[in-house]
Design a protein around this ligand. Structure first.
Ligand code: ADP
Length: 237
């Protein structure tokens, strides 16, 4: 469970987030939709512990983690660019979190192979990241995140640079796997359709304020979300 209370943050003089409250229950995904520059990445950085000079409190599984450094949070951040280790193979990239924890070889093999299968990366174990497509790189990055069984996954427009059909496949795969593993996540995107698709719940970040909706329908019905406007456009054709 993730809870934010009264989070405010400024870069220099410019306020970016003001009195942000949110709550995500264990195993749920909260989509946060907002236009470019609305503070989505900043919010994820605060939750990851990369920016700690803010007002308000952060709780993870009922423990306050506001002042904890990123390494002590068990939170994984995934961005648009799958940041893989270029000198390691697909297998080694996914295994990384277990290797540094010195997990025994057989257990490591079994877990990594299981993820490779589940993420549709069979046959690519020995490749280096530069030999992968954008979608395959994101699968590897996802595998590397999942293997450490994080308490929270932070997804920062992870599919924004993929073509439409790959993006749709990846959205489906992420959604299924996050639910199978019971991972709590925050998914930020400027894309309204993606926000609706990926979230169990949804919030809108606008002018530094975050509004978390009671239901997906409430978001769709809110003129501020722009969904009705877009729907009318398509219906007018
Ligand atoms: P989003 O992810 O929604 O596009 P960001 O969180 O990246 O928005 O940025 C929110 C605001 O903070 C923007 O106005 C941006 O210009 C500003 N900003 C982001 N990073 C910095 C920084 N390191 N220094 C100063 N201003 C920043």
């Amino acid at each position: 469970m993730l809870k934010l209370e009264g989070i405010s943050f400024t870069y220099g003089e410019a306020p970016v987030l003001e009195e942000v409250d949110l709550r995500v229950d264990q195993g749920d995904t909260l989509s946060i939709q907002g236009v470019s520059g609305s503070g989505k990445t900043t919010l994820l950085k605060l939750v990851a512990g990369l920016e700690r000079e803010h007002k308000g409190r952060v709780y993870l599984d009922d423990e306050e983690i506001t002042t904890r450094v990123p390494e002590d949070r068990n939170v994984v951040y995934l961005s648009q660019e799958a940041l893989l280790f270029p000198h390691l193979s697909v297998f080694e990239n996914i295994a990384f979190g277990l290797t540094v924890r010195k997990v025994e070889k057989e257990k490591l093999q079994a877990q990594v192979q299981g993820l490779i299968r589940r993420l549709g990366l069979e046959g690519l174990s020995d490749r280096s990241p530069e030999q992968l497509s954008g979608g395959q790189k994101q699968r590897v990055a996802f595998g590397r995140a999942l293997i450490v069984n994080p308490d929270l996954l932070l997804l920062d427009e992870p599919f924004a640079s993929l073509d439409r059909s790959t993006r749709e496949q990846m959205q489906q795969l992420f959604k299924e796997v996050v639910h199978e593993w019971g991972i709590t996540s925050l998914f930020v995107t400027h894309n309204v359709k993606e926000a609706i698709m990926m979230g169990d719940h949804i919030a809108l970040l606008k002018d530094g304020r975050l509004h978390q909706y009671e239901s997906m329908q409430a978001f769709i019905d809110d003129p501020q979300s722009g969904v009705k406007e877009e729907k009318s456009f398509w219906e007018s054709l």
